[in-house]
Design a protein around this ligand. Structure first.
Ligand code: NAD
Ligand code: TYD
Length: 340
């Protein structure tokens, strides 16, 4: 039997890493290739359990390096590509937008072009609800796939640009694609500079938790395993050319999220410190997942069950996040925040 070859970009990061593990375990009949540059956000230690399973392979490469990507694609005839690799942190995009354009826009175009040369079954581009811009606080409004793209941060603008290049390869060359746009993910292996893991790790160390502005901005939280299942479904069943919004109606203010974590860990709310707001801070994100639900997807976690599982995971995997919050992470933190 010839095994199908699935290329996963960004499989050393948070969501891509969870997806690689999910696919390697679920589909022994597929060979899963994890291509990642191993930036500050990439880490391979998370894959020790799957390294020797025989259907997992790692390739270190930059998606924006067309020479390397083209020669790799000449060698390996991938059947499917699931594209996660990106610069993903809004705060970093505010201080250093350039790498976001290079990786997220140029890198995506390089991959699309290589995919077009070899002819593939499908290219799934993992995007974000942030491409739609922001919603106001009216709880009856949601992002649908028809909401116009109005990105506000350099990060979301670079992701929206990449979505448009993906669309162009479909419309112009007939490349078989899907685009998924999900809400904020959380769960195991979330890099501890994003809100939820940052809060868990700092509360566990009795350190102040920085909350931007008044803490009333709203995000719609999606457990990463529910996201992996959604991408698996889109990969196998998604209608070619279609965009799918992925989210689970789990809207919470940032302050609610932080307070839930503090309460679960039995610590004091005195740890909360309101700090200067993020520039251009989007007020609210909320997803209408009807199209995904019609495809047969349903999240298995509520925010309550998901956050409990996540906190438990961080308690049981201290060595993973402790090695990350030492070293280079510290200097990032000092540049980003001036906490009392
Ligand atoms: P992440 O930052 O944790 O991981 C990104 C991975 O990409 C890292 O392993 C990094 O080393 C790799 N990478 C970066 N530049 C690269 C390059 N030039 N070449 C090859 N690899 C490179 O990101 P994440 O949170 O796992 O997000 C994955 C994808 O999902 C991104 O495309 C992001 O835009 C999207 N997304 C994330 C969220 C979220 O809540 N985290 C929400 C919506 C969409
Ligand atoms: P983040 O995890 O960076 O994801 P995104 O910006 O992609 O939504 O932030 C989630 C929310 O938490 C966002 O509204 C900004 C806020 N936030 C804080 O209040 N303090 C922090 O230290 C961080 C990192 C985020």
């Amino acid at each position: 039997m010839i095994k199908k070859k699935i290329l996963v970009t960004g499989g050393a990061g948070f969501i891509g890493g969870n997806f690689v593990q999910y696919m390697v375990k679920k589909y022994p009949q597929y060979d899963i290739y994890n291509l990642d540059l191993l930036t500050y956000a990439g880490d391979l230690t998370k894959h020790h359990e799957i390294e020797n399973l025989g259907n997992y392979f790692f390739i270190k490469a930059d998606i924006a390096d067309s020479v390397t990507i083209n020669s790799l694609f000449e060698k390996e005839k991938f059947d499917y590509i699931v594209h996660f690799a990106a610069e993903s942190h809004v705060d970093r995009s505010i201080t250093d937008p350039e790498i976001f354009v290079k990786t997220n826009v140029l890198g995506t175009q390089v991959l699309l072009n290589a995919a077009k040369q070899i002819g593939i079954h499908k290219f799934v581009h993992v995007s974000t609800d942030e491409v739609y811009g922001e919603l106001d606080f009216d709880p009856t409004t949601f992002f649908t796939e028809e909401t116009p793209l109005q990105p506000n941060s350099p990060y979301s603008a670079s992701k929206a640009s990449s979505d448009l290049i993906v669309r162009a390869y479909y419309e112009t060359y007939g490349l078989p694609i899907n685009i998924t746009r999900c809400s904020n993910n959380y769960g195991p292996y979330h890099f501890p500079e994003k809100l939820i893991p940052l809060t868990i790790s700092r509360v566990l160390n009795d350190q102040k938790v920085p909350v931007y502005g008044n803490g009333k901005n709203i995000r719609d939280w999606l457990h990463v395993i529910d996201h992996c299942a959604a991408i698996d479904l889109v990969l196998h069943e998604g209608t070619i050319g279609e965009v799918y919004n992925v989210g689970g109606h789990n809207e919470r203010t940032n302050l609610e999220v932080v307070k839930t974590i503090i309460e679960t860990l039995g610590k004091s709310e005195d740890l909360i410190e309101f700090v200067e707001d993020r520039l251009g801070h989007d007020k609210r994100y909320a997803i209408d997942p009807t199209r995904m639900e019609k495809l047969g997807w349903k999240p298995t976690y509520t925010f309550e069950t998901g956050i409990a599982q996540t906190i438990e995971w961080y308690l049981n995997n201290k060595e993973w996040w402790e090695q990350i919050i030492s070293g280079a992470y510290q200097s990032y933190f000092e540049r980003q925040y001036t906490l009392k």
